[in-house]
Design a protein around this ligand. Structure first.
Ligand code: PLP
Length: 672
C-alpha cells in the first residue's frame, strides 16, 4: 500500500467528491446557463456549492468566483489590482508591489507579468521573512504607505508556517494598498473569516483539499476593483467567462459539505497529535534530524526537515522504496536539485535548504494511516542502519571489490578485499569524507593507502580529514609519498589482485588486476593500457561508469515496457534481471521472483565489479530501478562497452503494472 505524504502538492479526490463529479458528468450534466430543467439543475448545484464556500470562508458581501485554480485566481487578483492602480500611479502614488519572500512562484511571476504587460513600471519588492518564516512586519509598516499591492500567503506550502495575518493587517493600517492573501494551503486547515478582514483578494485551489485539479475559488472583497481575466459568454456575472467546470464544482461542493458537517476531516488537535507522532518517528529513524520550521508555528499537516549527511535525493529515494511519497522542497522544484528558495529566504544554512524533505498530510487522514506511516518511517531508519548510512548505530558491513562514491561529478573509489581485510581509497573528496569515514568504520578494514591520481589539492584535503577522523588502527601503517603511495613498495596487495602504479607527469595511473590490468584509475594515456583494461573515470558527469579505449560504438540498449515484461522473459530464456538500486532501497522493497529468470542485486555504486563478467558472458541483461533512469544509464553503458543484449525496464518499478504483486498477490504468469 502506498503511503502518500505529499498532500501539499496535491491530494486524492474524496470518494464522495468523485461520486459527485461522476453524477455531474454522467447525469446532471447541464449547462448552468441553460434555462431548461437540465440547466436549472446544474445551476442549483453550482449555487449550493458556492453558498457552502461563502459560509465556510465568511465572505459576507464579497464575490466568490469559480476559477480553474489558484494560479488563475492569482492572475485575476493581480490584474484587477494593477489595472486599478494604473489610474492611481498616474498620480504618482504607488511605488511598490510587495510580496512575501516565501510566496509560491505564481505570485511574483504574476506581479512581474502584469506589471510589464500593463506598463506600470512599479518596483517589485520581496518582504523579508525571519528564520521562523514570519514576515518582517516593520518592513511592511515602512513600505505600506507607498505600496500598490501587498501579497502574503496564509500558510506556506513548503514549511507549513502560518502567517500572522492580523499582524500584517495592523501593519497595513492607513495604507490604501490592495491586499491579496493566497489561501491555498489554509483551506480546510485554518479558520478564515474573509469579510471581517481588509483582504481584497483570496485565491484557493480545490486539488489541495481532496477536490479534482482544475477547480478553484477566488474571493473578491465587496467594493474591491475587478477586471475579468477572461471575457466571453458572461458566466459568473461576466466576471469570469467560459462554461463552468461543473464536475469540478460538484466535487468541490462535496468536499465543502464534508468540511461543514465535520465528519470527514480531523480537528486541529487530532492533526497535531498525528503530526507529533510522525515527528517522533522521524526523530527515531534519523538521529540528528533538524526541523526546518518551528512546529508550533506551522500547520499541523506539514513537516519540513533535513538530516545531516543525507541528501534530499537520497532520502526521497529511501522513502519511495518504502512506498512512502514525500517531496524535496516544493513539488515544482523537486526535479532540479536546487536548494529551496523558501528556506534560503529564511536564512537557513545551505545544507538545510538543499537537503530539505517535505512531508505533508491531508486533513482527512486517520490514525491507522498515521500508524502505518510511522512504521514505514522507522523501517527507513532501520534500512540506513543496516546499510551504514545512519547518523548512529550502524551495523557492520562486509566490503569486497570496488565501490564508487560521487560528489558533483568527481569520482572516488574504495577498493576492499574481505579475505585479507585491507582496503585502499582512490581520489577522496572533502565533501565525501564523513561518508567515507562512516563506510570505513562499518567495514572495519584498515587502509593500506589513500591515493590521489592527480595530486589535486582536494584529495590532499580529504586525506587530512580522514586521517584526523579515523581511528589510528584504520590508517596506513607505512609512510607515503605526496600521492599517497607507500614508500618503497612496488605494489599494494588486495587479496588475489594487486594495485600497481605508473607515473604520469604530475600524477599517477593506478592499475588493478591479478595477472593483467582489469581497471585503470586516473587519466591514462592510451599507449599505457591494454585494450581490455577498463578505465574508471576521475569525473563522470555523463554517467559512463567505465570506458574502453576501443568501444563498440554502434550498440545501444533496448527499452522494455513494463507491460511487455512477461513477453520479454519468454523470449529471453536465461535473461538476468538486475536491480541497480542502492542497498538501502533494496532493503525496503522485495524484488520479484520471476519464472525462469535469474535475479541479481547490483547497485550502481558497485557496478564496476560486474562489468567484466557480463561482457564476457554476453547473456541478456535487463536492468531495472525505481524510475528507469539509473537502469537506462547502466544499460547504455553496457551496450557502449560492447554488450549485445543490454535492456532497461522503461519507467522502472514505478510503472510496472504488477508492482503491487511484489509484496502481495503474485501474478501467476510472472511469478514462481
Ligand atoms: N499557492 C500556493 C501556496 C500553492 O501551494 C500552490 C500550489 O502548489 C499554488 C498557489 C498554485 O496552485 P495551482 O497550481 O493549483 O494553481
Amino acid at each position: 500500500m502506498e503511503i502518500y505524504l505529499d498532500a501539499n502538492a496535491t491530494t486524492p479526490v474524496l470518494p464522495q467528491a468523485a461520486q459527485a463529479a461522476m453524477q455531474a458528468l454522467a447525469h446532471d450534466f447541464g449547462n448552468p446557463s441553460s434555462v431548461h430543467s437540465t440547466g436549472l439543475k446544474a445551476r442549483a448545484l453550482m449555487d449550493a456549492a458556492r453558498a457552502r464556500a461563502q459560509r465556510l470562508l465568511d465572505t459576507g458581501g464579497g464575490q466568490l468566483l469559480f476559477v480553474s485554480g489558484a494560479t488563475e485566481g492569482i492572475q485575476t487578483a493581480v490584474l484587477s489590482a494593477l489595472n486599478a492602480l494604473r489610474s492611481r500611479t498616474n498620480a504618482g502614488h504607488a511605488q511598490w508591489l510587495l510580496y512575501g519572500a516565501t510566496e509560491h512562484k505564481a505570485v511574483p511571476e504574476a506581479l512581474k507579468h502584469w506589471n510589464a504587460l500593463l506598463g506600470l513600471g512599479l518596483e517589485i519588492k520581496a518582504i523579508p521573512v525571519d528564520t521562523q518564516g514570519r514576515h518582517d512586519l516593520g518592513f511592511i509598516r515602512e513600505h505600506a504607505p507607498r505600496a500598490g499591492l501587498v501579497c502574503t500567503m496564509a500558510a506556506n506550502n513548503e514549511t507549513g508556517i502560518v502567517t500572522d495575518l492580523a499582524g500584517i493587517e495592523a501593519a497595513l493600517e492607513g495604507s490604501d494598498c490592495f491586499w491579496m492573501v493566497d489561501g491555498v494551503q489554509a483551506l480546510g486547515k485554518l479558520p478564515l473569516k474573509l469579510a471581517a478582514s481588509r483582504i481584497d483578494y483570496a485565491p484557493f485551489s480545490g486539488h489541495k483539499l481532496y477536490a479534482p485539479k482544475g477547480i478553484g475559488l477566488l474571493y473578491v472583497r465587496e467594493g474591491a476593483p475587478f477586471t475579468p481575466l477572461m471575457a466571453g459568454g458572461g458566466q459568473e456575472g461576466s466576471l469570469r467567462s467560459g462554461t463552468e467546470n461543473m464536475s469540478g464544482i460538484a466535487a468541490l461542493g462535496a468536499v465543502l459539505a464534508a468540511l461543514e458537517d465535520g465528519s470527514t476531516f480531523r480537528s486541529h488537535a487530532e492533526l497535531t497529535g498525528y503530526r507529533n507522532a510522525l515527528a517522533e518517528a522521524l526523530r527515531e529513524a534519523f538521529p540528528g534530524i533538524v526541523f526546518n520550521a518551528p512546529l508550533e508555528l506551522s500547520l499541523p499537516t506539514t513537516l519540513n526537515f533535513a538530516v545531516p549527511g543525507l541528501s534530499s535525493r537520497l532520502l526521497q529515494d529511501l522513502f519511495d522504496a518504502a512506498d512512502v511519497r514525500v517531496s524535496g522542497g516544493s513539488a515544482c522544484s523537486a526535479a532540479k536539485a536546487a536548494p529551496s528558495f523558501v528556506l534560503q529566504a529564511m536564512g537557513l544554512p545551505d545544507w538545510q535548504a538543499a537537503g530539505a524533505v517535505r512531508l505533508s498530510i491531508g486533513p482527512a487522514v486517520d490514525a491507522a494511516f498515521i500508524d502505518e506511516a510511522c512504521a514505514r518511517i522507522r523501517a527507513c531508519g532501520e534500512s540506513l542502519r543496516q546499510n551504514c548510512l545512519s547518523p548512529q548505530d550502524n551495523q557492520p558491513t562486509v566490503g569486497d571489490g570496488i565501490t564508487r562514491f560521487v560528489h558533483d561529478g568527481e569520482c572516488c573509489y574504495l577498493i576492499a578485499d574481505s579475505a585479507s581485510r585491507r582496503c585502499v581509497l582512490i581520489d577522496p573528496q572533502p565533501e565525501l569524507a564523513s561518508r567515507l569515514v562512516q563506510a570505513l568504520g562499518c567495514q572495519g578494514y584498515p587502509l593500506a593507502a589513500v591515493l590521489s591520481t592527480s595530486g589535486d589539492a582536494a584529495h590532499a584535503e580529504a586525506r587530512e580529514i580522514l586521517f584526523a577522523d579515523l581511528a589510528p588502527e584504520m590508517l596506513p601503517a607505512a609512510p607515503a609519498d605526496a600521492l599517497g603511495w607507500p614508500l618503497g613498495e612496488d605494489s599494494i596487495a588486495l587479496g588475489a589482485r594487486r594495485l600497481v602504479r605508473r607515473p604520469t607527469g604530475e600524477g599517477q595511473v593506478l592499475l588493478l588486476g591479478a595477472d593483467e590490468a582489469e581497471f585503470a584509475f586516473g587519466n591514462a594515456p592510451q599507449a599505457m593500457l591494454e585494450p581490455a583494461t577498463l578505465r574508471a573515470p576521475t569525473r563522470d558527469e555523463a554517467q559512463q561508469f567505465v570506458t574502453l579505449d576501443e568501444e563498440a560504438g554502434m550498440l545501444s540498449a533496448t527499452q522494455v515496457e513494463g507491460v511487455h515484461l512477461a513477453t520479454f522473459i519468454a523470449a529471453h530464456p536465461g535473461a538476468m534481471l538486475i536491480d541497480v538500486r542502492e542497498p538501502y532501497e533494496q532493503f525496503l522493497t522485495r524484488t520479484p521472483e520471476l519464472r525462469g529468470v535469474h535475479l541479481q542485486a547490483l547497485p550502481v555504486s558497485r557496478l564496476l565489479n560486474a562489468v567484466r563478467p557480463w561482457l564476457a558472458e554476453q547473456s541478456p541483461l535487463l536492468f531495472f530501478c525505481r524510475s528507469g533512469n539509473r537502469s537506462r544509464q547502466v544499460a547504455q553503458a553496457m551496450a557502449r562497452l560492447g554488450h549485445r543484449q543490454a535492456f532497461t525496464l522503461a519507467g522502472g518499478l514505478a510503472l510496472l503494472p504488477s508492482q503491487a504483486a511484489f509484496a502481495a498477490a503474485p501474478d501467476p504468469a510472472l511469478y514462481v
